[in-house]
Design a protein around this ligand. Sequence first.
Ligand code: FES
Length: 150
Amino acid sequence: MSDFELDGLKSAHLGRRAVLCGALAVAFGLSADIATASSPAVGLKQVGKKLQLDLAKNKALLKIGGAVTIALGDGSSVAVVRTAATTNGFVAMNLSCTHQGVQVEQQGSNWICPAHGSQFSSAGKVLRGPANQALYKYPVAATAKTVTIG
Ligand code: FES
């Protein structure tokens, strides 16, 4: 399990029961067959309550649509997605589905929930329910060399 932590997941914080319901749906084969395209972030540092990643070590973030994931100590994951070529063209979002908390997975440029099929855009906006809230986003500050989340 990861030791990384981030503050601020309030709106997407889901109860243990909801997470278990989603996990059971996956365990009983109610999910679609989904390929994961994002890769784990490398060169990651915990800086106080924030996480900082080194862009030179995360080549996926050099192109628009590229994404890396970070496993948090609470069992959830964060995706950092390149959404624009500008220095601050990044989004960081928690991958817990806002329906019942199952971790969404990248499929093409979107994020799909394997439990009940909710679909989110590359930046976390709801494209298809049953989820009706965007994925939870963290503040992001970027330079030419680093992306700081939290
Ligand atoms: S947990 Fe139900 S759609 Fe994601």
